[in-house]
Design a protein around this ligand. Structure first.
Ligand code: NI
Length: 248
């Protein structure tokens, strides 16, 4: 059974979202980013058995939130199908004149994860050292979603107890660095994801992504590590079930 550990499922992005979810031969963890998508995640986990959720405030959304945003997360964090705080983190790629505010919002959510003993789903873009320095101060576990740094950093995060989230970018021709990382690190430290609707794997690159494409990520890992795809799916699913305490 496939597990897409990180995707964004919104009726705004898909005309046929209910079909997509029903046709997914496995489980998905839908991530919120802001007030609107956090509410949608909550609706989806109530509606579909195979959808679990993460609630969080994405670094690109920190100007669109208020105290109610944190209250909403905290009020719903003990919902049995909300399995993580995410998508949270730091992003210096688009905007980097608000680093201190990004760090503050990130840490506030790490405090929540600590208080409620939840894993986290971390977004880190052009900010890997700051991400590491902050996470080192907490005793949390989680996923470094869509990992895009070096092998050395991947190993450091694994030492802290994190898993490496691998998605469609692995299948891209120019993705040699990530392919090296996947070859080098133990399969026990890898989680499959799609980040749908973004980042479709080959052979669907450029088209809208969906959680069923998790299969193509598994296929590429199978090629790179020369391990049977069934085993790749079994082990990465076991990793996800343990980390997020899923009950499939
Ligand atoms: Ni995402």
């Amino acid at each position: 059974m496939l597990i897409d550990t990180h995707c964004h499922l919104s009726y705004e992005d898909y005309d046929n979202l209910d079909e997509l979810i029903k046709n997914m031969n496995g489980i998905m963890i839908a991530s919120g980013c802001n007030d609107k998508t956090n509410k949608e995640v909550l609706e989806l986990v109530e509606k579909f058995d195979n959808v679990y959720g993460a609630l969080g405030i994405h670094p690109e959304e920190i100007d669109n939130i208020n105290e109610d945003s944190f209250r909403f997360i905290e009020e719903n964090i003990n919902n049995p199908k909300i399995v993580a705080i995410g998508e949270i983190g730091l992003d210096y790629y688009w905007v980097n004149d608000n680093k201190e505010k990004q760090k503050e919002i990130f840490k506030r959510q790490l405090e929540l994860a600590t208080k409620y003993n939840k894993p986290i789903v971390v977004h880190s873009r052009e900010a890997i050292q700051d991400t590491y320095d902050i996470l080192k101060e907490y005793k949390l576990k989680g996923s470094l979603h869509c990992f895009s740094s070096s092998l050395e950093m991947a190993k450091e995060f694994i030492k802290l107890g994190y898993k490496i989230g691998v998605g469609g970018t692995l299948t891209f021709k120019n993705s040699k660095k990530l392919q090296e990382i996947v070859k080098e690190i133990d399969i026990n430290n890898i989680l499959l994801e799609t980040d749908s609707p973004y980042l479709s794997p080959e052979p669907f690159r450029g088209k809208k992504n969906n959680p069923s494409n998790t299969y193509y990520v598994a296929l590429k890992i199978s090629e790179l590590k020369d391990i049977d795809i069934k085993e790749i799916i079994d082990i990465t699913s076991k990793n996800a079930i343990q980390l997020f305490d899923l009950n499939p």
